[in-house]
Design a protein around this ligand. Structure first.
Ligand SMILES: [Zn+2]
Ligand SMILES: [Zn+2]
Length: 388
């Protein structure tokens, strides 16, 4: 019997768990009910549980045989500040909070794998089931790492999975090397000299300087980043002035940068600082850049990506595993775990053949049809990596 078939008896239970989590979404670092539920389930499977790792994180540890090799499997638990538009019975019970990224499904698939592995124990070694809080921009992965995650629960390799609505259920996408972009937010504060709107010669117009900076910043990706590299620089906020007859003394620009390597991210940051400061100086103003790296690029280990792809192929066949999917400009904080331990992040299909509702949309819902396959991926991965 294949492990997908072995997961079939768990499908009804997993669907119930998933819908329960969906109905009770919690924002990052507030996942107390979800963490309680995860911990109680793991304990009921006979798995050792550690609570409060990185505030609301939970780690389950399962040993089988005498092997000392270990694998980490990670799922995220947090929801988003979105008001759910769905009307089905398991819709969010909390106004303004919603599982719109499918982390309810990710948590459930890892719980399904944990139940299967605890019951069958056809492996030799240690598995750490890592339930991470606060993936959506609040630094949950870093919180767990800073709390000693990999010292307290050493992992020889680590794997994570995100659903993708544009990919049909029953399919996987996995690639070695860069997969998702690193992300940064920036603010630029321009300081000129305020003046009467009719007497520009007595001031330094911060609005004009900000406009010049916004235009000049667009030369960075086209002229400083190599054409074969990929980066985005978007100025998404510009604020200056309050009155029709006052030349503003200050102006603020803000936006986001995405890139796939720390080198390109640093190149863009350094170029932005040079362009902003020198442009301001050319007009007799000053500019200060504040650049905040929020997500590292998600870079899969080549060998571990190949290993993960082989597990996917075993489950669904080579024609349903995309080994060369396009780069994703979105970001993911599992990237920080991949900086500590070699591993791989994969995508599992969550849509119909025409694709499903995109994540971060108020009409999104995780597709329960994907649950057994995701659980089977984690289970087969452990049985193959830690053979009995
Ligand atoms: Zn998300
Ligand atoms: Zn997500």
């Amino acid at each position: 019997m294949s492990s997908t078939e072995l997961m079939a008896p768990l499908h009804a239970d997993m669907t119930a768990w998933r819908r329960d989590i969906h109905a009770h979404p919690e924002l990052g670092f507030n996942e107390t009910r979800t963490a309680d539920l995860v911990a109680a389930r793991l304990e009921s499977f006979g798995i050792e549980v550690t609570r409060g790792v990185g505030r609301t994180g939970v780690v389950g540890t399962l040993r089988s045989g005498s092997g000392r090799q270990s694998v980490g499997l990670r799922a995220d638990m947090d929801a988003l500040p979105i008001h759910e538009a769905n009307a089905f019975e398991h819709r969010s019970q909390h106004a303004g909070v919603m599982h719109a990224c499918g982390h309810d499904g990710h948590t459930t698939m890892l719980l399904g794998a944990a139940r299967y592995l605890a019951a069958t124990r056809r492996f030799d070694g240690v598995v750490h089931f890592i339930f991470q809080p606060a993936e959506e921009g609040l630094g949950g992965a870093r919180a767990m790492i800073d709390d000693g995650l990999f010292q307290r629960f050493p992992c020889g390799s680590i794997f994570g999975m995100h659903n993708r609505p544009s990919l049909a259920v029953g399919r996987f996408a996995v690639r070695g090397g860069p997969m998702m972009a690193g992300g940064a937010f920036f603010d630029i504060r321009v300081t000129g000299k305020g003046a009467h709107g009719a007497r520009p010669e007595t001031g330094v117009d911060a609005a004009l300087v900000a406009a010049q900076i916004a235009v000049s910043l667009q030369s960075i990706v086209s002229r400083n980043v190599a054409p074969v590299d990929t980066a985005v620089l978007s100025v998404t906020r510009i604020h200056a002035g309050d009155a029709y007859n006052v030349i503003p003394q200050t102006a603020e620009l803000g936006g986001t940068v995405r890139a796939f390597t720390p080198e390109v991210m640093a190149l863009v940051e350094n170029s932005m600082r040079r362009v902003a400061e020198a442009t301001a100086q050319a007009f007799g103003a000053t500019a200060q850049l504040q650049f905040r790296n929020l997500f590292a690029p998600t870079i899969n280990d080549l060998a571990e990506a190949d290993f993960a792809a082989r597990i996917c192929t075993e489950l669904v066949g080579a024609d349903r595993v995309d080994r060369n999917p396009p780069l994703i400009m979105g970001s993911e904080d599992f990237s920080y775990m991949l900086q500590c331990v070699p591993g791989c992040y994969i995508n599992i299909g969550n849509g119909g053949e025409a694709g499903g509702c995109e994540v971060h949309n108020p009409a999104y819902d995780f597709n329960d049809a994907a649950l057994p396959l995701g659980a089977a991926f984690f289970a087969r991965l452990v049985e193959t990596r830690l053979p009995a």
